[in-house]
Design a protein around this ligand. Sequence first.
Ligand code: SF4
Ligand code: SF4
Length: 493
Amino acid sequence: MRYVWLDEYLLGKAGVTKDFKEEWNWIRYQIGGKMFAALCLGDDDKPYYITLKLEPSEGDFLRQQYEDIVPGYYMNKVHWNSVRPDGEVPDDLLKDLLDKSYQLVLKGLSKKKQKEIMEENMAKSSVYFTSFKATGQENLLQKLHRLMKTAGFETIDFKEKYAAIKIHFGEYGNLAFLRPNYARVVADYVKELGGKPFLTDCNTLYVGSRKNALDHLETAYVNGFSPYQTGCHVIIGDGLKGTDEAIVPIDGEYVKEAKIGQAIMDADILISLTHFKGHEMAGFGGALKNLGMGSGSRAGKMEQHCDGKPSVNQAACVGCGACQKICAHEAPEIADGKAAINHDKCVGCGRCLAVCPKDAIAADFHDSIAVLNCKIAEYSYAVCKGRPCFHISLICDVSPNCDCHAENDIPIIPDVGMLASFDPVALDQACADLCNQMPPIAHSVLDENIKEHQEEGEHDHFHMTHPDTEWKSCIAHAVKIGLGTNEYELVQI
Ligand code: SF4
Ligand code: SF4
């Protein structure tokens, strides 16, 4: 059988047990006592079929695409499918199908049973940490390399693989973004291990210096992320106008199909390199924000911020009709020299935002913060699923706002350190916990808000900095959908 990883992969899932059903000659993999996958053995005891459950429409579609996927062997032919163990179905696809089968059967269990399984199997993730203290023997760049090595970076097979390093290049005028020197450490390390790294981010929804690939590249270079400095190229993930996207089906609670920058999804391996700081909508900008919102195409970002449909600021509109021309759905309607978007026709593709010469079209930011956070978690899941990922966050220059701002106010807390983990959820939780142990910096927004609210005791620094935000719903939802855990062990190196 070509899928030698199958047994280990299935047993690695929460709550999975296996047994051998002698009468059928099947190895069955079960969750909560219900089978979700089986390795059916032939008369010679060699693998004959791998059987799994799918939504009927997906099963039907895949059977038409792959000769090696057939209706379930000795199972209900509508819901079950069998995969030939030496056929042409790619490993990544089979893993994805097994994940779906697991989720389908898990969702069919009682809520109580699901909770029991998840709680029993909530293992702690390791998050590796080092401070910004440095000596003549080891500078910060060498320290970052050691942190990554200790955290298991070399366990990823990089040979001949494309590795996307997801980073924020900083808006022009902002000075809090991560120094390109850190990106170089990561890129060089990927190359050392035989991989092909590139730095990437997607275009912004709003007006600024990164709203299309040309401006974005220019800003990245001006901010120091040139190939001469970082040792690798920059590829803007969602193309010239933010419309080059991959549709990633995830069937989440809030997002059915995530719209992710194509170049980011094309990479074999994903590394997030995050500047951990405050954020005016999400509370803080950590790994999940970098991955989920940051990897969304223009339509993906709109979907996370709102129901995906933009509106026109009529005062700015000059009635040029560019939005009408680009729209495939006849949604922009012009009357009396002003455009308005008919939301019954609009599908939220975001193309009109890119062409408006007056920047009169903008997304409606009306979803609640909690929903925004849950969507960020689901987008992060879409970006990470099915491929090796590694996450690094540096807690330095903790500005109150995102690096999307064209300015950066004084930091709210002192620099903390560098962290790395395979689990982006545990990483964000660890970063938030470490930040909350720090004293506020005098005269920062945090310090001023603490004084204004006369709170000297326990409080959350990020909530205190932006009282309309809360970040915990993002972490809680990420845990719920299986992206990671907020239980972690902090390993000091
Ligand atoms: S492209 Fe912009 S300025 Fe032109 S009609 Fe549409 S909204 Fe108005
Ligand atoms: S978002 Fe897309 S569908 Fe909606 S009005 Fe703009 S171009 Fe048309």
